[in-house]
Design a binder for this molecule. Structure first.
Ligand SMILES: N[C@@H](CCC(=O)N[C@@H](CS)C(=O)NCC(=O)O)C(=O)O
Length: 217
């Protein structure tokens, strides 16, 4: 039986791109269903009734929600390039860091843009990112996954240039090369990865979307 794979996503969503990167790593063809988040489809509400958010992957009629759960599912179902390490301890560590990025870094970093530059909010975001900076420094590798990207790098995709474009639109700069040299270097390497490059939206596209969304375009 041929697999039927559908991805419900939305333009410029870094959580959707996590899933796109994972599907691309495995070479999976899929139907891309673009959602209007201001007017969600009946399908999306049916497939993700708990959170009502994208991404949702529908594999042979079975819906799976939550980007990192989907990424793990993709790794479980399709063999080939691994997304999580095989060793149980390394797997646990990778899950730990992906969860930290998802629970702490992403909300703290994006929270800055709705905070009118509130110093406390910026300091809190920097504190979380500093933990990530230290981890990259400690590992001393190109990616969190070593020489190649893994689920931790995928979880952190928003750091690659989503934040930079938002910073540009909002006029708030807090992820600087001086402050976070390892994260900046990681981001440069991440967007150069063939697998990422093939599906990543362009910086200009993101700038355009964010300018429109924040009423400056
Ligand atoms: N924890 C979820 C977050 C997903 C999420 O925040 N999706 C956003 C787009 S990036 C969304 O659907 N927003 C619409 C809404 O909240 O109504 C995941 O990792 O999949």
């Amino acid at each position: 039986m041929t697999d039927e794979v559908k991805l419900y996503g939305a333009a410029a969503s870094p959580t959707v791109f996590r899933v796109k990167i994972a599907l691309n790593m495995k070479g999976i063809k899929y139907e891309n269903v673009e959602e209007d988040l201001a007017n969600k489809s009946a399908d999306l509400l049916k497939y993700n009734p708990v959170h009502k958010k994208v991404p949702v992957l529908v594999h042979n009629g079975n819906p799976i929600a939550e980007s990192l759960v989907i990424v793990e599912y993709i790794d479980d179902v399709w063999k080939g390039v691994p997304i999580l390490p095989e060793d149980p301890y390394e797997r646990a560590l990778a899950r730990f860091w992906a969860k930290f990025i998802d629970d702490k870094c992403m909300p703290a970093a994006f929270g800055v843009f709705g905070s009118n530059g509130d110093e406390q909010v910026v300091a809190e975001a920097c504190e979380q990112l500093q933990i990530l900076e230290n981890e990259l420094e400690f590992k001393g590798t190109k990616f969190f996954g070593g020489d190649d990207i893994n689920i931790v790098d995928i979880a952190a995709d928003f750091l690659a240039y989503w934040l930079g474009t938002l910073e540009e639109v909002a006029g708030i700069k807090f992820v600087t090369k001086e402050k976070f040299p390892r994260i900046t270097e990681w981001g440069d390497n991440f967007i150069k990865c063939q697998i990422v490059k093939e599906i990543l939206p362009s910086r200009e596209y993101l700038l355009d979307v964010f300018k429109k969304r924040f009423g400056k375009g």
